[in-house]
Design a protein around this ligand. Sequence first.
Ligand code: AP5
Ligand code: ZN
Length: 217
Amino acid sequence: ATFILMGPPGAGKGTQARLLQERHGFVQLSTGDLLRAAVAEGTQAGQKAEAVMEAGGLVGDEIVTAILQDRLAEPDCGAGIILDGFPRTPCQAEALDDLLAGAGRKVDAAIILEVDDAAMVARICGRFTCANCGEGYHDRYKPLRAPGVCDACGGSEMKRRDDDTPDTVAARLRAYHAQTAPLIALYEGRGVLRRVDAMGDIAAIATTLEEIAGRVV
Ligand code: AP5
Ligand code: ZN
């Protein structure tokens, strides 16, 4: 099955996709993670993307689509996949349909995590991740169980994203409302949209998503 996880920055796309991956064997495909890896490696795509990401804008459709296409071709993407952060523009939605059709698949559900903008700034500005295993945390909402030590892997190096500053978050929210929110109507029109209230706690939202995934698979 193929799921899209949509929602503004900080809605919990990464958190929830990771849980579905751990518990149900879905593969999380995050274009944000793929782009950050490209920036870290200094690839041509990464060099083009870096400044745009730091400003909170959207990276060009061609670059992002090419990165996703390469990732989709890897062998672990055979069964259930969750697209986290893609598509983000009508052009990407069209490209996705073509990519999936070529592989004999389609979008089975587009899940929109509904939240309010004010809460998103607080979520993002307290966020950090384990540098070793990528587990995500939050100063207030998901603190480490033991100070300085990753719950998941025992690692002790934590990192924060360069684009998690209040100004950049505001730009990312603007990009979301202008360019990505229109996709909600597109998937609604196709009858595959699922709206999920994502203001509750992480575990309750995960349960709702598991129910949706279970019904579709
Ligand atoms: P990307 O990495 O996709 O960032 P984003 O969309 O801004 O989303 P985030 O990762 O910030 O938030 P999230 O929804 O995953 O929330 P999380 O689970 O971490 O993209 C980054 C950049 O890359 C973009 O700005 C753009 O430049 C570029 N890009 C990426 N894809 C692109 C594309 N397709 N086209 C063009 N450009 C693209 O949760 C946030 C925090 O809140 C965490 O600390 C978490 O612990 C906590 N939390 C989660 N859920 C809850 C809850 N229910 N209650 C309380 N706290 C919670
Ligand atoms: Zn870790």
